[in-house]
Design a protein around this ligand. Structure first.
Ligand SMILES: *[C@@H]1O[C@H](CO)[C@@H](O)[C@H](O)[C@H]1NC(C)=O
Ligand SMILES: *[C@@H]1O[C@H](CO)[C@@H](O)[C@H](O)[C@H]1NC(C)=O
Ligand SMILES: *[C@@H]1O[C@H](CO)[C@@H](O)[C@H](O)[C@H]1NC(C)=O
Length: 514
């Protein structure tokens, strides 16, 4: 049995690689005048615009062609925007009539949005579910308003784990009923969710930059698995208004890009106050004057105190990972960071055994989703109960027989704000105060460094930010390194992440696309 399933698995993987090789062979590598769009950064593209080596129209045409070729296998893109070329023409026209600008870094740059982020245009916003197909949103999400104002081109919607993986524990990561199973372009296997399509799409140059969302791990994990850069911002730094929610206490919208520089430009564009998400008012004190690009400093690691929490560095007998991260620690030191090693989080066992995050999320999901659905102008479903009924009714197309909807069913049983929620919230506040906060302050740390996205729950329960950067490949499968800090520490985290990225330059696109 075991050997048969291993055989089937590698055979499928083989077919996948052949398919990708065939598809990528027919794609053009360069645009007009020898400028290569593949792997170009936002800054590269802006320079090419300025020198008339490239237009936004050419850029969008390139991505549309690439999506057409690659997406049937990779399934990173759910919908393309029928107005993308018009938006490109408008950006090109603006550049022609006002050659000196000033233009935002994202002017004329295509971006993909996770399908849980609302757009008031021809695109649907469905969180990957047929239950929301045909729903009419009242307005653009707050982050989309900012993107449009900056002149970014909304290229389309990215796939995701359906409902940001708050439908069923049994649903595979990166799967949704509308888009099917997203694929990791390096391995053909799990892309990790829930912002899987955003990571797949930037990794394979189907778009320049993208937005994902995270409640616990949903930006950091797909970035880790697809060798891209993810910024999970402090909760409230970016507006969640118009985003299909899980928990307003933990949800955050952030960039998934190929470089730290691109991610900083995107964060700069979307951060700030939105009156439709009150938490952004308080969090706006964290937005630095002059934006985030100023923190893209090659010497950004110099003098930074980085905590090394060893319990997160358990690689078992995997000597490759042991050696790789030893090397990374050396690189950090050589860049004049101060490593504060062998730290432990005092209450880590209590954090690991505590159920408060799950309990709170169940209650919050029902409240927040009902509010989102109620606010829609029109929709096939108006409540979580409707969604559950819809899934049951359409079980064939929704694959409910295989994957079920246990998370939704459990959430539906909850009864709102009360003793249980308050208890869970108190627990998490205490766990953060006696855990991560204490660790950071006692050791005067600028950030904690951990492998992969293993630190995501610590960051999630406190609303803390994290940045993930590519850190290597094991037998072709990517993995990353994560820098996490206290609320509002994005400037420091960007300095650290950029400095590490520039010192290592590890990311390479999936080899079949080189
Ligand atoms: C939105 O969904 C409708 C209904 O399936 C479909 O006809 C339309 O093409 C979708 N929009 C886009 C931009 O794909
Ligand atoms: C590493 O440990 C795993 C189980 O923990 C075992 O299956 C594997 O054979 C070990 N590999 C080596 C090289 O020791
Ligand atoms: C909250 O903390 C208390 C005290 O440590 C513990 O007994 C309780 O089980 C925790 N609640 C949850 C939901 O884990």
């Amino acid at each position: 049995m075991a050997s048969a399933s291993v055989y089937a698995f590698s055979f499928l993987q083989f077919i996948f690689l052949i398919l990708l090789a065939t598809l990528s062979a027919v794609l053009p590598a360069t645009s007009e005048k020898g400028f290569s769009i593949e792997e170009a950064t936002v800054d590269d593209l802006q320079l090419a615009f300025k020198r008339n080596h490239l237009s936004s129209r050419k850029l969008v045409e390139f991505y549309l062609k690439r999506i057409q070729s690659l997406n049937p296998v990779l399934r990173g893109v759910l919908e393309v925007n029928p107005d993308a070329l018009n938006q490109a023409d408008k950006a090109d026209e603006e550049r022609k009539t006002k050659p000196q600008g000033p233009f935002s870094a994202l002017h004329g740059i295509p971006i993909l949005l996770k399908d849980s982020i609302a757009t008031k245009d021809k695109l649907n916003t469905t969180a990957g579910s047929y239950a929301l197909l045909g729903s009419v949103v009242p307005r653009d999400a707050g982050v989309v308003t900012r993107l449009r104002k900056a002149g970014a081109i909304i290229l389309g919607k990215a796939t995701l784990s359906e409902w940001s993986h708050y439908r069923s524990n049994n649903a595979p990561s990166g799967w949704n009923a509308r888009g099917g199973q997203g694929k990791n372009p390096y391995t053909g296997n799990d892309p990790c969710g829930s912002s899987s399509g955003s990571a797949i799409s930037v990794a394979t140059n189907m778009v320049t930059v993208s937005l994902g969302t995270e409640t616990d791990g949903s930006i950091l994990c797909p970035s880790d698995s697809n060798s891209v850069v993810g910024i999970k911002p402090t909760v409230g730094l970016t507006s969640r208004a118009g985003v299909v929610p899980i928990s307003p206490r933990q949800d955050t919208v952030g960039p998934i890009c190929r470089t730290v520089s691109d991610a900083a430009h995107v964060l700069e564009t979307i951060a700030g106050i939105d009156i439709n998400d009150k938490v952004t008012i308080e969090a706006s004190k964290y937005v630095p004057k002059g934006g985030y690009a100023q923190f893209l400093r090659k010497d950004g690691l110099r003098g930074k105190r980085l905590g090394v929490v060893r319990s997160f560095f358990d690689f078992g007998n995997d000597t490759f990972l042991q050696e790789t991260f030893k090397l990374h620690m050396r690189t950090l030191r050589k860049s004049y960071a101060i490593l504060v090693d062998n730290l432990e989080i005092d209450n880590i066992n209590e954090i690991n055994s505590d159920q408060s995050e799950d309990i709170a999320m169940e209650i919050e999901f029902k409240l927040a989703l009902n509010a989102y659905l109620k606010d829609l102008v029109a929709s096939p479903v108006r409540s979580l109960a409707d969604v559950i009924a819809f899934n049951k009714k359409h079980s064939k197309v929704e694959k409910i027989d295989e994957y079920g909807q246990d998370l939704m069913v459990e959430a539906q049983k909850t009864s709102g704000i009360g003793k249980q929620l308050n208890g869970a919230l108190l627990n998490m506040t205490r766990l953060c105060k006696n855990g991560f906060e204490k660790l950071m302050r006692r050791n005067k740390l600028d950030a904690v460094v951990t492998p992969f996205s293993s630190f995501s729950s610590i960051l999630a329960i406190g609303g803390y930010p994290g940045v993930l950067v590519p850190a290597g490949y094991e037998k072709g499968a990517p993995f990353g390194i994560c820098f996490g800090g206290l609320k509002g520490s994005e400037p420091k985290l960007i300095e650290i992440a950029y400095s590490f990225e520039q010192a290592t330059m590890i990311r390479k696109p999936p080899s079949l696309f080189a």
